[in-house]
Design a protein around this ligand. Structure first.
Ligand code: CA
Length: 362
């Protein structure tokens, strides 16, 4: 036998051995089967896909040992009770938006976003490097019995669909608007009649005139729902959701029972989902917006006078909330300091670049 053949055989033999036997580190790890409840349904494919992506990548990283089965909203847990189920250890983890739980305590909002708060870039910067995660985990999530991992974002949302023009703050008076949360409360101060219609009923409510306007997500999701067929005006920006983050909420008990390697896999896969989700929205929103405009949708910016009264109403609401809840004030102030420095920087450099590039015709 030639030396070359011998070498080839030896190499193949070695490769076969390593393929068959999993690395020792994986062999030593337990086999786990977890359940993850999502607050979303498959209809919002990019958002729901975040949890599926986390499950897939954790299974791959663990050599098939750490398995997470993802359930859609309502399958095992109602969509708005996902955090509760993780806190109570009914499930090991859930994929959700923390601001769904502000009814329990307004501090929950900071894991997702508050009106006129951080955009996607700023939320990541605040959470990862600005002390946001540490502050929220130590002072809030630990007490809830939750470990919250950054796990997705839709990016800045649109202001939504309107059947009347919004020219001045007076146009907000008596406006029947499908909007919830802090924004709904702030807008109520300005005469808006807010309603919290379920996603599946927005189309019909606009069509029948039960509401004058509704906010949902952005071009890609809104087009799928057909909202352009029942409302003429599409406003921006959605100042109430400048960069809503999603979280993988892991019950503290389940988290503490994990080997370090599995904890890191969850963290890594969640961060990957965070980037991946934003990339998908950025790519698909651009294409959907072009189609909407070509189809006759009138796209318009909220006038500055309207933005100004909304901003003021939100700040008043935050001051009132902070007066009753010291931790809310503490996190709000922490985030606001970060926001003002960060906005100065992003606006100076990337803001100038984006503005310039927007003037070029191709
Ligand atoms: Ca929204």
């Amino acid at each position: 036998m030639q030396r070359r053949d011998m070498l080839k055989k030896a190499t193949i033999g070695a490769a076969a051995t390593t393929t068959l036997a999993a690395p020792a580190i994986i062999q030593a790890q337990p086999t786990l089967n977890w359940r993850c409840a999502s607050s979303f349904t498959k209809a919002t494919d990019i958002v729901f896909g975040g949890a599926e992506s986390i499950a897939k990548h954790v299974a791959e990283m663990s050599g098939g040992k750490f398995n997470i089965r993802v359930f859609g909203s309502g399958e095992i847990v109602p969509g708005l009770q996902v955090a509760d189920a993780a806190m109570n250890n009914t499930i090991e983890c859930g994929h959700t938006a923390s601001y769904y739980y502000v009814g329990k305590d307004p501090v929950w909002a900071f894991g997702a976003c508050v009106p006129f708060g951080l955009n996607f870039r700023q939320h990541n910067a605040w959470w990862i490097d600005g002390g946001g995660e540490e502050l929220m985990q130590r002072e809030f999530y630990d007490k809830q019995g939750i470990v919250a991992l950054l796990a997705g974002n839709t990016g800045g949302q649109m202001g939504g669909w309107f059947n009347k023009e919004i020219r001045t703050p007076d146009d907000l008076k008596g406006l029947k608007f499908r909007i919830g949360g802090f924004a709904g409360q702030a807008l109520a101060k300005l005469g808006v009649i807010g309603s919290q219609i379920a996603a599946g009923e927005i189309y019909q409510a606009l069509e029948r005139g039960t509401i004058d306007s509704a906010e949902w997500v952005g071009p890609y999701e809104d087009e799928k729902m057909g909202l352009h067929k029942v409302a003429k005006w599409y406003y921006y920006p959605g100042w109430w959701e400048p960069g809503p983050a999603l979280s993988l909420m892991v019950g503290k008990k389940a988290w503490d029972s994990l080997p370090k390697a599995y904890q890191q896999m969850l963290r890594t896969a969640s961060l990957e989902a965070n980037v991946e989700m934003m990339a998908r929205f950025d790519a698909r929103n651009a294409a959907a917006l072009k189609r909407l405009i070509a189809g006759g949708t009138r796209v318009a910016a909220f006038p500055k006078s309207v933005m100004d009264v909304c901003y003021k109403a939100c700040q008043d609401l935050f001051t009132e909330t902070g007066a009753k809840n010291p931790l809310f004030k503490k996190v709000f102030d922490h985030q606001t300091r970060f926001l003002s420095d960060s906005t100065g920087w992003l606006r100076l450099n990337e803001g100038a670049y984006d503005s310039y590039m927007g003037t070029i015709r191709r």
